[in-house]
Design a protein around this ligand. Structure first.
Ligand code: HT7
Ligand code: ZN
Length: 869
């Protein structure tokens, strides 16, 4: 397989101005005809025109109406090359191809999902539909005529406005769509099938009425109310916060059951995985409702950040994804609790992004090379670092400055395909800002480690913070330069209040400030900042709101951390202090466990969490987050040799100890936070449920019959899935009859709803009960299990290698059906070198087995080979 490099980017030799597509959809084959107006970049160019094509049967090629003969073009398995073309300002190219959507199991290109036709073209799926320059800097205006059997496919959708429709002979009908905006082909979409719509309207701030339609099978329509609410909220928010108005008169969303990712932002025709559209209180949890809000927002926001202004090439992916993830995070924050959303986003960054940054697949926000572009979409949260980079602009510029930068970005680049530097330049120029070495964030992989040493000089009344930064080596980048790290800092006095900062001395200059927190611009490998006029030794609150995506090591004592946990005015840092304490404490216990010493939990920690638990001034969801321990992965990340058994045992021990010591408070929480009222999706109700269910899970971990009874009664009395599923999960923590019975009861109740059944599978596959690989293997034979929708196997690190073997076998099977999903699974192996020798050997053997499989896809090859390197 060929590696593609950013440094090799060249402009295309030909641009496409207009593209008229025509689809004749059929059961056995589909005919795709394209008519493209082509213009050479340089007049009189004699360059060949190279078109991408994959799994296509070429029927004919015409240039200026003249049919080309076989010798007039070259065709190989991936390209159609036209060597001699008219030396004209523009010419017309017509291509007919035949494709077989019913055989397409990759869910990429044109395929069938539950009997309906649908498309997925990002990143390189359009080349599976017709021969084309499949690259995002080819932006053209499209029309699309779709023709199909009317009774089988009564609804025919594509991008833009519906221009005409009608019946034709043979029981067929057609629809003609026109998209007035230029777009890259990855935003093309087509849907045809038996669908019904929930209809609504949104009036834009300039008074235009936009028709909104959410399409699903008719029986699912009642479950689309929350998606419609989310869409309208997103449209309003983008106008209010960014001044961005929707630009067409129609916006369609289609929900399909088979989809490789969450959703796709095709121009005016977003396609969604059903699980991110369909919700009712009985079949979706609070987390599902929140995810729907966020993802509907995300795809809608792409209309400007991604669609109107797109990426020059796929190396610039973060230009649209980092910015749009940032925008959806801000949207969800404004719709709920900002602190809780920030905590959730930072946790995901730590769970998914930091480990990737430290493994063989580490790549900068803007990668230098790739084999298979799809591999950059490896998981749910991997644009998180790009979003953090965008957030740092906002931190440095403030809301107004950031908005000025966004305005200039659109003024300069509307309907263009641009680069990350163009975004950087707009932010800089709109604010005459000095961004020093900020661009390093785009080109260096790895998570910076920032060490902070503090010292107080009572005589001089100064407080100094010394920073040093280091980015660990990553594949292909052994050494790194310093980068620009914005550090938001506040200093707490002995009563826990913020000290008003008056001035800070740095690099030979004294800067006056007058606020309770300030931004330190850390740009060098080592750097000191000295605050003056500080009357007593303060406790510093560093990186408030997680002001930069770095790992921080400070010299704060446990007492300082307990103090911050109790008093910091920055709520994020209150949570963070608790997490730092928990991580330290768990690491120490891991070493006790490894050396067979008895495990004892520090009573101060129990007290600290206990006082958060009973602080009625705090947001309930914040409390739920604050009493949740860091995940096992986070602790393993901090170890030289990861020891899954020890970390698992320690986390379990700490949870049980906390539950046992705080059981009175936890029980009170469960009792005081029940509700028999109808389900409402709003922050106070979600926060109440989150706290109650976190407390219930702690209590159930004790395996005390009275708490098992409590969880069972919560399960039975629940009036919504959030509470019912939380009680089920609480009971499923421990092996035994109750677990088996309640899991069986849940399946019997919900077997008709595949989205709920998927949760049931996931709960079991991700369980940490002993012998779970065996359980999960049995589930593979369950009638409801579908390999195209497989779940993650936990107990992945089982010492006998059964978890590795289980996943290895699935990857090989799945790669033949869907390489994108298979390659995402292989990434579970990527950090195999971090484990003990036995596990290393077992995991390596599976990677080698995968590499030796026949007909391995480029997707899986890239991840497996890089993991082995
Ligand atoms: N921009 C979209 C990414 C996406 C995708 C990429 C590769 C293969 C399948 C895919 N489906 C969607 C969606 C987003 O940004 O949310
Ligand atoms: Zn996106």
């Amino acid at each position: 397989p060929k590696e593609i490099f950013l440094k090799d980017y060249t402009k295309p030799d030909y641009y496409f101005e207009t593209v008229d597509l025509s689809f004749s959809l059929g059961e056995e084959k589909t005919i795709v005809s394209s008519l493209i107006k082509v213009s050479p970049r340089v007049q009189g160019s004699s360059a060949p025109l190279v078109l991408d094509g994959h799994d296509l049967k070429l029927l004919s090629v015409k240039v200026e109406g003249k049919l080309l003969k076989e010798g007039d073009y070259q065709l190989d398995s991936r390209h159609l090359t036209l060597p001699s073309l008219p030396a004209k300002e523009s010419f017309v190219l017509e291509i007919d191809t035949e494709i077989y959507p019913h055989k397409n199991t990759s869910l990429d290109g044109l395929y069938k999902s539950s009997g309906n036709f649908c498309t997925q073209c990002e990143a390189e799926g359009f080349r599976k539909i017709t021969f084309y320059q499949d690259r995002p800097d080819i932006m053209a205006k499209y029309t699309c005529r779709v023709e199909a059997d009317k009774s089988l496919y009564p609804v025919l959708l594509s991008n833009g406005n519906l221009i005409s429709q009608g019946d034709i002979e043979g029981g067929r009908h057609f629809a003609l769509w026109e998209d007035p905006f230029k777009k890259p082909c990855y935003l093309f979409a087509l849907v045809a099938g038996q669908l019904a719509s929930r209809d609504d309207t949104f009036t834009t701030r300039s008074g235009r009425e936009v028709s909104l339609k959410i399409w699903t099978p008719a029986e699912d329509l009642p479950k689309t109310a929350h998606a419609m609410y989310s869409l309208k909220a997103a449209m309003k928010w983008d106008e209010d916060v960014f001044g961005l108005e929707y630009d067409l008169d129609l916006f369609n969303i289609v929900a399909v059951p088979d989809f490789n990712m969450g959703a796709m932002e095709n121009k005016s025709l977003n396609i969604f995985n059903s699980k991110l559209v369909l919700a009712s209180p009985e079949t979706a949890t609070d987390a599902d409702y929140a995810a729907i809000l966020g993802v509907i927002g995300h795809e809608y926001f792409h209309n400007w950040t991604g669609n109107r202004v797109t990426c020059r090439d796929w190396f610039q992916l973060s230009l649209k994804e980092g910015l749009t993830v940032f925008r959806d995070q801000e949207f969800s924050s404004d719709m709920g609790s900002r602190t809780v959303k920030r905590i959730a986003d930072v946790s995901k960054l730590r769970i998914y992004q930091f480990p990737q940054d430290a493994g063989p697949m580490a790549h900068p926000v803007r990668p230098h090379s790739y084999i298979k572009m799809d591999n950059f979409y490896t998981g749910k949260f991997l644009f998180a670092k790009g979003a953090e980079v965008v957030r740092m602009y906002k931190t440095l510029l403030g809301s107004e400055g950031f908005r000025k930068g966004i305005d200039l970005y659109f003024q300069r680049h509307d309907e263009q395909a641009v680069t990350c530097e163009d975004f950087f330049a707009a932010m800089r120029d709109a604010n005459s800002a000095d961004f020093a070495n900020f661009l390093q964030w785009y080109s260096q992989a790895g998570t910076p480690v920032v060490k902070v040493a503090s010292s107080y000089n009572a005589e001089a009344r100064t407080f100094s913070l010394k920073f040093s930064q280091e980015i660990p080596p990553t594949p292909g980048q052994p050494t790194k330069e310093a980068t620009f790290i914005p550090v938001v800092v506040g200093l707490l006095d002995s009563s826990g209040k913020d000290i008003t900062l008056s001035s800070v001395y740095h690099d030979g200059t004294l800067q006056t400030i007058s606020s309770s927190s300030t931004i330190l611009r850390v740009t060098k490998k080592e750097e000191e900042f000295v605050f003056s006029d500080i009357a007593e030794r303060p406790v510093p609150s560093l990186f408030r709101g997680f002001s930069a995506p770095v790992r921080v090591e400070t010299d704060l004592s446990d007492d300082d951390l307990f103090f911050l946990l109790a008093h910091d005015s920055d709520e994020f840092n209150r949570w963070e202090a608790g997490q730092v304490l928990a991580r330290k404490l768990m690491l120490n216990l891991v070493s006790d466990f490894q050396q067979n010493r008895p495990l004892v939990l520090n009573p101060k920690f129990i007290q600290g969490l206990g006082s958060v638990l009973s602080d009625s001034t705090l947001d309930k969801e914040f409390i739920a987050k604050a009493i949740t321990l860091p995940g096992e992965g986070e602790i393993m990340d901090m170890m030289a040799v990861a020891d899954p058994d020890a970390v698992h045992a320690v986390r379990k021990f700490v949870r049980k100890q906390l539950a046992s010591e705080l059981k009175t408070e936890l029980l009170k929480i469960v009792e005081n936070n029940r509700s028999t009222e109808a389900y409402v999706f709003d922050h106070p109700n979600m926060a109440r449920r989150a706290l109650k269910n976190t407390a219930l899970a702690y209590l159930a971990s004790l395996e005390d019959p009275s708490y098992v009874e409590l969880a069972l009664s919560e399960y039975k009395l629940a009036t919504n899935l959030t509470d019912q599923f939380a009680a089920l999960a609480a009971l499923a923590q421990n092996r035994g009859k109750t677990r088996d019975n309640v899991l069986a009861d849940f399946y019997n109740k919900w077997q008709g709803d595949y989205l709920v059944v998927n949760k049931w599978f996931l709960l079991q596959s991700s369980s940490d009960i002993p012998g779970n690989v065996e359980n999960v293997t049995k589930l593979l034979d369950h009638p409801a299990f579908d390999l195209r929708n497989p779940n993650k196997a936990m107990n992945f690190h089982a010492k006998d290698g059964s978890g590795y073997k289980f996943l290895g076998d699935i990857v090989v099977q799945l790669d033949k059906i869907n390489p994108q999903v298979a390659s995402r699974m292989v990434s579970a192996f990527s950090r195999w070198k971090r484990y003990d020798e036995t596990r290393q050997a077992l995991a390596k053997a599976q990677l080698e087995m995968i590499m030796s499989a026949n007909g391995l896809s480029e997707n899986v090859f890239e991840i497996a080979s890089k993991s082995l390197a």
